[in-house]
Every structure is written in structure tokens, then in C-alpha cells.
Design a protein around this ligand. Sequence first.
Ligand code: ATP
Length: 240
Amino acid sequence: MSGNVLKVSGLKVAYGGIKAVKGIDLEVNKGELIALIGANGAGKTTTLKAITGTLPPCTVEGSVSYMGESLKGSKSFHLVEKKLAMVPEGRGVFTRMSIQENLMMGAYTRDDKAGIEADIARWFDVFPRLKERAAQMAGTLSGGEQQMLAMARALMCHPNLLLLDEPSMGLSPIMVEKIFEVIRNVSKEGITILLVEQNAKLALQAADRGYVMDSGLITMTGNASDMLDDPRVKAAYLGE
Ligand code: ATP
């Protein structure tokens, strides 16, 4: 398939009187890695939630089309069935399940046992700390370990679109580098990714295109490499 995996048009989200998203357009094409950057409270997480269709429908206006269909009113388990994987802020691992069980849950829509086992082995190779702790409850993992697990679990369904919300948050510099290496690698393998990040530099360095969000609006968009050179982006988001 070519063309867009995700098309957001005229999206608005209001929480009571608070207009968090004020009418944005955004597109993610197959195979792209898109960075959505912006300051705290800009509306990035709200945008991701609106994309997954999990916000109360009355709060959302405009249209979101994923693989040509609307996800309004979806439940989390529908998303995995549709191969839309989200790694939320705060990770969202199943805390009372082991690492191994979390990974199996990520693959619950699949029935290729050998493929699932091969994927688990792959993620244990990428993240040896998960392998060492395979039987440990996910709730007892460190923040960085939970981030690794959340990412691996999301990828177990072979998503058409991977939504990542602040994957670098709260991680040590070494872990941030590791997580971004994984993001770049899965992107190279052809997985389509929408990445929300406060760390604008790392996000734009990894991305094909970027969007800047400010106070509920998209204020800039373009090729990620051009954006890295843009004086406005440099001043506002790269600390240069
Ligand atoms: P951050 O980088 O700090 O996570 P963000 O860009 O992801 O910020 P959002 O979390 O989308 O921003 O928040 C956008 C605005 O909507 C903020 O002003 C926030 O206070 C408000 N908001 C978010 N969730 C709710 C909610 N459930 N009820 C009321 N207001 C909310």
C-alpha cells in the first residue's frame, strides 16, 4: 500500500472549557517516521489520544482516518486488532504480569507460535535486561526497563502504525540513546511511526518530517533536516 496511513483533518479537542487542540491537520505516510514536537501543554498527547479514538467522542471534532477508516469510540483492544500500537506516557505495561507475559499479550492477535517466539527472542537480544528478568513482574521494573518492555510489547503485533509518546522521558542518557537506536532501526525496517517528543533535537535527527505544535495549533511543518536548520526551531526548541 502507498499513501497515508494516518490523516488528521481539522482536529479539535476540548476538555470542558479548555481547548487543548484547536484545529490541526497532520498526515503520516507509509514507512515515514514523523516527529511531533512542542512545549509542555501544547496538545501533543491529546492529539495522540484523539488519533486512537479513545477520548470521549463529545470532546473531539474533525476527522481522523487510519488506514482509511475512523477509529472514533474505539477500545484499546480494537487498536491492537487493527495493528495500531501506542506506547503511552508512563509506559502502560501490565504491572502484574511478567515480562514474558507482557510480550505474549502484545501478540495476542497472532497465531504464528514460531513467529511469536522468534520475535520475543529478538527483543530479548535487543534488550538483554528484559531477558534476564523474563519472569519478573513488570510493575517491579525500573522506568527505563518498563520503557523497553512497552516498546517491545507494542512491536509484537507488527503494527501498521506505532505511536510513541515521549519515549525519552525520565530515562538516563544511555537509555535514551538505546531507545532512539531501536526507533531508528524499526523505522528502517519499514514500520510507520508518529513520535511525540520533548527532546526535539533527537526526534528531528531521527525523523523524515516534523510538525511543531504550540498552544493547540500546528505552527510549522517540513522536512526534519530543514527544521533542524530553521532559526525559529533552533531558538525555541533546540536551545541554540
Ligand atoms: P506535555 O509535553 O506536558 O505532556 P502535551 O503537549 O502532551 O504536553 P497535553 O497533555 O495534550 O499536552 O495537554 C494539552 C492541554 O490540555 C493542557 O493545557 C492540559 O492541561 C490540558 N488537558 C490535558 N488533559 C486534560 C484533561 N483530561 N482534562 C482537562 N484538561 C486536560
